[in-house]
Design a binder for this molecule. Sequence first.
Ligand code: GDP
Length: 531
Amino acid sequence: MLDNRPQLPPEIARRRTFAIISHPDAGKTTLTEKFLLFGGAIQMAGQVRAKGEARRTRSDYMKMEQERGISVSASAMSFDFGAYRFNLVDTPGHSDFSEDTYRTLTAVDAAIMVIDGAKGVESQTRKLFEVCRLRDLPILTFCNKMDRESRDTFEIIDEIQENLAIDVAPASWPIGMGRDFLGCYDLLHDRLELMDRADRNRVAETVQIAGLDDPKLAEHIPAGQLAQLREEIEMARELLPAFDRKAFLEGHMTPIWFGSAINSFGVRELMAGIGEFGPEPQPQTAAERQIAPEETPVTGFVFKVQANMDPKHRDRVAFVRLASGHFERGMKLLHVRSKKPMAVSNPVLFLAADRELAEEAWAGDIIGIPNHGQLRIGDALTEGEGLRFTGIPSFAPELLQTVRAGDPMKAKHLEKALMQFAEEGAAKVFKPMIGSGFIVGVVGALQFEVLASRIEQEYGLPVRFEPSQFTSARWVSGEREAVDRFAATNKQHMATDHDGDTVYLTRLQWDIDRVVRDHPELKLTATKEMM
Ligand code: GDP
């Protein structure tokens, strides 16, 4: 992946842009908090959560997120660690929000997979892992909650290898577990890391060791545990592959660290690993060509749009991954889709939990651009070149429901709310040619509930979702005249999406097959390119 790439300018080379993937409850929030703590972005652990809660009280959908233990809001956080600048892009955790998650993963160069030491690889971890694999993303693994009774270390590693078909190279080795967990032996640097149980925010004590025969070990580890550690490490070195950076960068091998996020243990070692071994900003693919991060002109693409981040303003923030160049505030960039110039005068960098004006940013960084809806997912920004970034997936809406405003007089408001969510990429919205109401298409059932509570909270509109008479949607493309002719004779099946494009709705696969057969002049697709 990195081989035979030219050396990057130092500001770009020091960037590490990554996401955390995990099953709910494995410890992603806690780990994020400790990252920010060690990144100097917050003074005290607990701030992220406290901030999060203040924000959550603002809306029910956030409340729902709390009750269900899922995280729906996503953002990007930047902080420094040693010589490195980390950009952590938050992924929404629940499987029902996979669209968002998939897109988020198009903006990062690596992922950290957090697993619970007692539970191993859980369903959501596996799904997210598969997405990373599609993109050959390098993955670093953090096995969390080692202060609790967890599984045998070999068993955990075996499970990852078998379940995810990836080689696992231990970067650290746990000493004991549960109540007897003392810390880890750092296999990459021959160091002993000892956990401080008394103070959860204290960083572990580090003891440099000259190999497993060093008598210093006995000063810190009781004889029984030491014998076991020696035996296990000997076995590990024999049975498990040694860390190979190339295999890791190619996505075939994951280094694993063991730790306890809540006790701040193992976190710094993991961060050091991201810095030392993690990939630099990688080239991005556009339909026209590959974009290398070191190219001078600034380019970037929108991978996420978030509306109503501040309920006082109806603003939207488009999250842009910079693919190349050195961005400076006030720059005029070309919005490729509309072919219009756009002065980016108030971009935001997400430093820890607060937004801050970004004076400059480099390839690899994520900047937020407040806008009124011009910027959409998949859009490219350049210094003039007509690029179209590829790789941002679009998903076929698999579940359709009709939505109505509780108060019929408010239909216009409902339309506005729905259009906004459609632009955010939170749902597909179809306006049928005949009849009133809208049909909303999503990938996971929980999205209906999230939408209903967001519409109520953000627009003060109670709404009802009801079963729709349709179960499938197909975008219809072809010569304008042919599409119009088809629509005119199939009115009861026709709708338009938020861009005004024509959609065919039905409940029978048979209908779709028939249209495909009888109308060779038309093309029916289950997804629409997000351009
Ligand atoms: P998320 O759903 O993945 O974001 O998980 P959280 O970070 O919210 O953690 C889930 C629960 O596990 C919380 O109650 C945490 O306090 C707890 N937790 C997180 N890390 C550890 C750990 O290292 N040890 C123990 N015992 N509990 C932890």
